[in-house]
Write a protein that binds this ligand. Structure first.
Ligand SMILES: *Cc1c(COP(=O)(O)O)cnc(C)c1O
Length: 389
């Protein structure tokens, strides 16, 4: 097959699923969002003190099975709050995949900690737990009971896996490795609302987890995020830290530590309540879209569509194709041809260790991440595409 035929085959396959122009992921706001926001405006309850905030948190807890959900202003703030809550601090190291959105690594630095990048697996695009285990055995040593990177002398305080594009990482294995090495598990579940690992919702396997409700996520609140935790004491601490650490009092302003103004406003939570009512439908529709891509790409040589890992149910937040290595040099040609045809496609985020501010961070060998960066393409994945016949 010529290069041109290969590229045009991909354009045709994507266009066949979308039926024409398609953005990467647009929100669907056809439920009760309008009515709920109108109520906020009519009653004047627009700020974080409104009742939709608690209602949205209850809906998140119910859907995920988490004991507590704490709604905050965005997913990055949720990650930052998670790291604060589990005691990550200056001089610590926190492990995260190099193949992630920049927010994961940024949030680590907000606590004065240093990101330490690990590689991912090609099969599920998530943190490679087997290699993490070996890596920790290689570089880690116990100093006074604390897992320490013997190369840098810093405590390894937490591991932050990310469920890439909605595909759960190997959580059973990861929970075991974190427990054995004595390191806290914090999930970046920003992309995986609606994704389950062996029947249990992602974000329920570590001490805390972060969700995002940015405009392009499965559920949006305009901007927003949430922390999930089963630990009531951590939940109370998270509520305190994200509301300026203010002690309850009838009139005094007493703040007992440096806090953050991170709580979600009622207007955003009102949108979130409308969205959560429709989440099961969005996930079902997105799974229809994913199956169509899987079918379309099954017959196309030189490229594969990524399917959910076995034992998992993925939300297929963004569908993914990976070009064969022999066709990797055509990545930009595919990106150009699809975008020219009105089909919005994107490459993998530039890996964290290749960004200027993270170039000097500690890391393992990142061959799979770099290889995927050269070959991975995200496809249009809005739930509305699943409503086409
Ligand atoms: C979307 C996202 C976040 C959070 O992003 P916000 O825009 O701050 O809500 C964090 N991590 C990952 C992997 C994400 O995709």
């Amino acid at each position: 097959m010529t290069d041109e035929a290969f590229v045009q085959g991909i354009v045709a396959a994507v266009g066949g699923v979308t039926g024409g122009n398609a953005p990467l992921h647009v929100p669907d706001l056809a439920g009760n969002e309008w009515a709920y926001v109108k109520e906020c405006l009519d009653t004047g309850w627009v700020s974080t003190a409104g009742a939709y905030v608690g209602r949205f948190e209850a809906m998140l807890a119910e859907y995920t099975g988490a004991r507590n959900a704490i709604a905050v202003v965005n997913g990055t703030a949720a990650l930052h709050a998670c790291l604060m809550a589990v005691g990550v601090g200056p001089g610590d190291e926190v492990i995260c995949p190099a193949a992630t959105f920049v927010a994961t690594a940024n949030a680590i630095t907000y606590q004065g900690a240093v990101p330490h990048f690990v590689d991912v697996r090609e099969v599920d695009l998530g943190l490679d737990v087997g290699r993490l285990d070996t890596h920790l055995a290689d570089i880690g040593e116990r100093r006074g009971g604390v897992l320490t990177n013997r190369l840098t002398g810093r405590r390894i305080a937490a591991v932050v896996p990310m469920h890439s594009f909605g595909h759960p990482v190997d959580l059973d294995a990861l929970v075991e490795v974190c427990a054995r090495h004595g390191v806290t598990l914090v999930e970046d579940a920003a992309e995986s609302l609606g994704s389950f690992y062996r029947g249990k919702h992602t974000g329920r396997f570590g001490a805390v987890a972060a969700l995002s409700f940015n405009g392009n996520k499965v559920v949006t609140t305009g901007g927003g995020g949430a922390v999930l935790t089963d630990d009531d004491a951590l939940a109370a601490r998270l509520r305190h830290l994200t509301t300026t650490a203010k002690q309850p009092h009838r009139w005094e302003f007493i703040h007992d530590c440096i806090g953050y103004n991170y709580r979600m406003p009622n207007v955003n939570a009102a949108i979130g309540c409308g969205q959560m009512e429709l989440l099961p439908r969005y996930v079902a529709e997105k799974r229809v879209v994913a199956q169509r891509y899987l079918d379309a790409f099954a017959t196309l040589p030189g490229v594969r569509a990524v399917a959910e890992p076995s034992g998992c149910q993925s939300n297929y937040w963004l569908n993914v194709i990976v070009l064969d290595r022999s066709r990797a040099y055509l990545r930009d040609a595919v990106l150009a041809a699809t975008n020219d045809a009105g089909l919005m496609t994107r490459p993998l985020w530039r890996p964290m260790h290749l960004l200027p501010m993270f170039g000097d961070c500690p890391r393992m060998e990142l061959g799979v991440t770099e290889d995927l960066y050269a070959r991975l393409i995200n496809l249009p994945s809005s739930p509305a595409l699943g409503r086409r016949d």
